[in-house]
Design a protein around this ligand. Structure first.
Ligand code: FES
Ligand SMILES: [Fe+2]
Length: 355
């Protein structure tokens, strides 16, 4: 069953009484997920709206995806509504002007030469793991770091896409227009206590380790074995990697060992779209792309629900700048909030380039 696009409305129909007020921008710098690759077939286009800007994505017949500003420089038609893919270009539905993947005007069908003074912004795209990621920088700078590879990012758990069933559409869900800033979602990483209260964890998970490292904030949360003789005895661990404030990868280790991606992308200064995909390990010898029904059901009832549970908090939460931290929260939370500042309206020359 495809869950994408089926984010249910809350029971009272009210998603937060107003937009959450945060003391930082809704236009951070970094990688943000804007869709799943399978949703844009070769030769097709798709209108998008993120960071308060109208965009158009199109895929060439050779399969290369591009994202440009949406409005034609001639007379302002939206290229995502009726535009056609022509070679490397997207052709405007209004008078046929062709715009290249670099954003330059490449031809005007009824004139001898293009208008080279006209250019649309071309957004940098990184398609990987069935997902479309887009670099956003309010200063229009180039990408400052690469996203990690979800299969190799944890050195002692090497893997590959072949070891998992495809995540999309069967094990994916999208929640749209939620009143949630991306940083709020990442604050789950240092928060092991909420698993018990929000996600019904039957044991108390512990935050084993955390580190801010350039554009990445990594954390390891563990579920202790009931009768473990050593404090290191864990039934399960979650290795989390926040990649900028756009989102995170999580690699589960132990009693379950699926992997997931969870990204939150601002639409405007009040709402975000949320993308959540799970890669479930293949049964030995199964080469089908069809996720077995039992796994789909388990993912649907036990794992994809975690985002719904978190949203019940996030939709109504306010942002407290100086929280009444419990003792164990202060250092990892403080480190995450300090780390996140590098993505907010920092001149490119001052920003972190490590990682
Ligand atoms: S508005 Fe696009 S070609 Fe005229
Ligand atoms: Fe959570």
């Amino acid at each position: 069953m495809c869950l994408a696009g089926m984010g249910p409305a809350p029971a009272d129909g009210i998603r937060g009484s107003c937009a959450v007020k945060v003391p930082f921008t809704w236009k951070p710098t970094g990688w943000f997920m804007v869709g799943w690759s399978a949703d844009i077939a070769p030769g097709t286009t798709k209108p998008m709206y993120y960071f308060g800007q109208h965009l158009v994505a199109y895929r060439t017949h050779e399969g290369v995806l591009h994202i440009l500003d949406a409005h034609c420089r001639h007379l302002g038609a939206h290229l995502g509504h009726g535009g056609k893919v022509n070679g490397d270009c997207i052709e405007c539905p209004y008078h046929g002007w062709g715009w290249g993947s670099d954003g330059e005007n490449k031809y005007i069908p009824y004139e001898d030469r293009p208008n080279v003074s006209q250019q649309l912004k071309s957004w940098t795209v990184d398609e990987r793991h069935e997902c479309i990621f887009m670099w956003h920088d309010p200063f229009n700078g180039p990408p400052r770091w690469e996203l990690p590879d979800i299969w190799t990012v944890i050195p002692h758990l090497p893997s590959s896409a072949d070891d998992y069933y495809p995540a999309y559409p069967q094990l994916s869900v999208k929640y749209e227009k939620e009143p949630v800033h991306p940083q709020i979602t990442l604050e789950n990483a240092p928060d092991s206590v909420h698993f018990k209260y929000v996600h019904d964890a039957t044991v108390d998970p512990v935050l084993i380790d955390w580190k801010a490292d350039g554009p990445f904030y990594t954390s390891i949360a563990g579920w202790p074995l009931p009768n473990a003789k050593s404090p290191d005895g864990m039934a399960m661990k979650i290795n989390g990697i926040s990649c900028g404030v756009g989102g995170s990868f999580a690699i589960f280790e132990g009693s379950v060992h699926y992997r997931l991606v969870f990204f939150t992308t601002p639409i405007d200064d009040e709402t975000s779209d949320m993308f959540y995909s799970i890669w479930w390990p293949r049964d030995a010898g199964d080469t089908s792309d069809e996720v077995p029904a039992a796994y789909r059901e388990r993912a649907k009832t036990q794992f994809l629900t975690t985002l719904r549970d978190d949203l019940e908090i996030w939709r109504y939460q306010i942002y407290i700048e100086t929280p009444a931290f419990a003792q164990q929260d202060a250092r990892p939370y403080g480190a995450l909030r300090k780390w996140a500042k590098q993505f907010y309206e920092v001149e490119p020359t001052q920003a972190s380039t490590s990682g």
